[in-house]
Every structure is written in structure tokens, then in C-alpha cells.
Design a protein around this ligand. Sequence first.
Ligand code: OAD
Ligand code: ZN
Length: 238
Amino acid sequence: MEYQEAANLILQAKNMYALTGAGISTESGIPDFRSDTGYYKEFDGATALSRDVLLGDPDRFYHEGFVMLKDLFAKKPNAGHKALKKLEDLGYLKGVITQNIDNLHTLAGSKKVFEVHGHTRTVHCMSCHKTYPFQDYVDLVTVEEEIPPRCPACQGVLRPDVVMFGDMMPQDFQDAYEAMETCDLLLVAGSSLVVAPVSYLPGMAKKLIIINKEATPYDYKADVVIHEGIGQALTKIL
Ligand code: OAD
Ligand code: ZN
């Protein structure tokens, strides 16, 4: 049975990490990107969320890209996030590497979280680099309808502290990459594993568990593959 096999691998591992994607947050009511109910069925958000579009075509940035950032605040962690927190508390999990910008691992209580695609706690000014709370920025866009919202200090263009198309990867990605060098078990939950450079990480792990509703390009290489809902699967493994 896959759950027992996954549990056995976890019990044997000395340096286990988790790698999560949008699929771990769908049970909290946040759409993922590439499944039938995902953002990319409606919006070409991958290219809209870029520095070039923000500066060159702000209307498109705020109508196609920003929609993916603005509704994350009332969301709560689900059974999947809570199970990973529990695995860390029990001493089995060293940290969570997440592509998500929704803060839900931290809200669930996970202590070591690598936010490799940034986060939605702050935004910063592209001219003077001053940072502001994300909520102030959302209010400027949705309440004041100010597009693009500008820095109160210098009138520079504000941008979210999320990784956008064409950006450099943040320090958290370098840290996650280094962690993978000693990682002996990677538990992937809710990622299609098609977006580089994060998609290189599963290839670095000595052992691999994948929990995802749909098949991924790494299924052939994984020691255990579970094609089910994450909340239920992780709860059973725990
Ligand atoms: P994707 O939407 O590509 O993949 C999410 C996967 O989760 C899909 O394969 C779903 O089948 C699966 N899934 C959804 N709900 C699930 C559930 N309850 N249980 C199990 N599996 C479930 O999302 P990511 O892999 O996170 O980057 O996408 C990677 C990156 O692409 C994102 O971080 C974002 C996007 O472009 C940036 O914006 C920089
Ligand atoms: Zn400024």
C-alpha cells in the first residue's frame, strides 16, 4: 500500500524536505494554475506577471496577473499544510520549499519555509526600493483604482515581492538548492513540476515521494506516487 511505503520512507529518512505547489492550497479555496479549474484556463497570467508588462502595459498586468495575487488574504491552512507542520514538529521534516505565495505554510505553523517564488506580505518601489505592506498596495489598486499604484515617497512604480516572469530567483531558492544537496527524501505535494528552476530540485533528491492528482514528469523516477487529494493522503500517512 502506497501510504505505508511512504510512511516507511519518512521513518528511514534523515534529511527530509517537502516541495509544495499550488495544489496544496486548492483545498483552502485558492485555484491552482494548470488544472482544469486553474488560473491559466482563463488568464495568460504567466506572461502577464512580468516586469515588462508591469511597466509597458500596466492595464494588462492588473487585469490578468494581479488577479492571482489579490484574493489570498482570507484563506486558511488546510489538512495538507497542517500535516507538514506536524511532520516538522515530530522531527521528521527539515523544511518546506514552496512555490506558493499565499503564506499558508507559515500560518499553519511551519517554521522552516523556503519561499522560492517570493511572498505577498510586502511590495517595494522599483525606484527608491522602499517597502510597503501588501494590503496597502491591494487597496490602491482595488479601492482607489490607481493603476499602476505608485510609491507615496517618490512616485516610482510599486511592484509585488513575488517572483515574476524574467526576475532573478531569490535567496530562498539558493538556500533550498543547498538544502537539496543533503536531502535524502523529498516529498512533493501539489506541483505539476514543469516550472524551472524549481523543477530541477526533485532530480537532486535521493528518494522521492510524489502526491499529486495528475501525473508529473517525475512520476517515473519516484519511489512512491500517490494520485489523490493531498489533505487526505498526508493525513493517512501521518
Ligand atoms: P500547477 O497548477 O502547475 O500544478 C498544481 C498541481 O496540483 C496540478 O498537477 C494538480 O493536478 C494538482 N492538484 C491540485 N489540487 C490538488 C489536491 N487537492 N490534491 C492533490 N493534487 C492537487 O501549480 P505549480 O506546480 O505550483 O509561478 O506551478 C508552478 C508555478 O507556475 C507557480 O509557482 C507559478 C506558476 O507560473 C510563478 O508565478 C512564478
Ligand atoms: Zn519610491
